[in-house]
Unconditional design. Sequence first.
Length: 123
Amino acid sequence: MPELSRRRALTAAAALATAGAVQSAIAPTASAAGHDHHAPASFDEVYKGRRIQGRPASGGAHQHHGGGYAVFVDGVELHVMRNADGSWISVVSHYDPVPTPRAAARAAVDELQGAALLPFPAN
């Protein structure tokens, strides 16, 4: 059996480091492609007299902003966005991050104070 030379040891170490770096680079792409196992649960409830719903999005122009999740207040879509730290914001309460899409829907209802949510133009 050949003796392990310094060159072979360094080559093997470099190959392992490269393989680990490639694996790390691929892993976030898989979750961004919709394989996130920590996606929020669906909900459908009445909060302060308003029907709020949330579920995984089936597509649409703004799907990437909401992390593949759609939220509705009285049947009108509330545009939500997931921040890098995992918190959520909505077009209604943009400067008040909350932990879940359900909390974003409730915050929007609080902020609307009984006013109707108007459809947001998708440009």
